[in-house]
Design a protein around this ligand. Structure first.
Ligand SMILES: [Zn+2]
Length: 209
């Protein structure tokens, strides 16, 4: 699997470009900004974008989605519980002093348990409410990799003080869903360095019983 992770935009959201080496089909997760850089990677790797996946409707994760869709024709997929938050992008832009990106139109709702296939690469949607109501993680069982959005970070967890946030829910999501994954699962958080489930299970201060 081709997997490029790089931080985009002023809040340095980790954007992922994932591609199948054989079919050259690709998925982009959280194109918050720097769409020209994403398009350059797709071109260099000779990848055809099939899906744009949004882990949650915060502006730093979804801000560039419409521009990427316009350039590639790929549909935008997001969990429906974040639709209300997606309608507040102009308010979110004001919070962080960013230019509002304009309305984002979701093409397909990402239901919990939904399986997404890119060529021979398979991933499943884990609904992990808490940071936002519609937060999801995307799990790649063959590659033992988790794209965690802003639910889990190396040594920390997502903030829950923004609209739709709930500390109780994020802890339930983490303990019941995320920590149910094998210890040797690589975790790509929505911001900051990569980690593993085992490392976070052992050392993350927010996950100790
Ligand atoms: Zn967020």
């Amino acid at each position: 699997m081709i997997h490029k992770v790089f931080p985009v935009g002023p809040l340095q959201c980790n954007c992922s470009v994932l591609g199948d080496e054989q079919t050259r089909e690709a998925m982009v997760i959280d194109p918050g900004d720097q769409i020209d850089d994403i398009l350059k990677i797709l071109r260099e790797e000779q990848l055809t974008l099939k899906q744009i996946v949004i882990t949650h409707a915060h502006i730093d994760h979804v801000g560039g989605a419409m521009k990427l869709k316009a350039a590639t024709g790929a549909p935008i997929l997001m969990n429906q519980n974040d639709y209300a938050l997606l309608k507040m992008l102009d308010v979110q832009a004001a919070w962080i002093g960013m230019r509002p990106p304009g309305a984002v139109q979701v093409d397909e709702a990402l239901e919990p348990g939904r399986v997404l296939n890119i060529g021979n690469i398979s991933s499943s949607v884990i609904h992990t409410p808490g940071h936002t109501e519609g937060s999801i993680c995307l799990y790649f069982p063959q590659e033992k990799r988790l794209i965690a959005g802003d639910t889990l970070f190396a040594g920390s967890i997502g903030r829950t003080d923004l609209p739709g946030g709930s500390t109780e829910k994020i802890l339930r999501s983490l303990h019941n869903q995320v920590l149910a994954l094998p210890d040797d699962t690589d975790v790509i958080p929505g911001h900051g360095p990569a980690t593993t489930i085992g490392e976070e299970r052992e050392t993350n201060p927010f996950l100790q019983k």
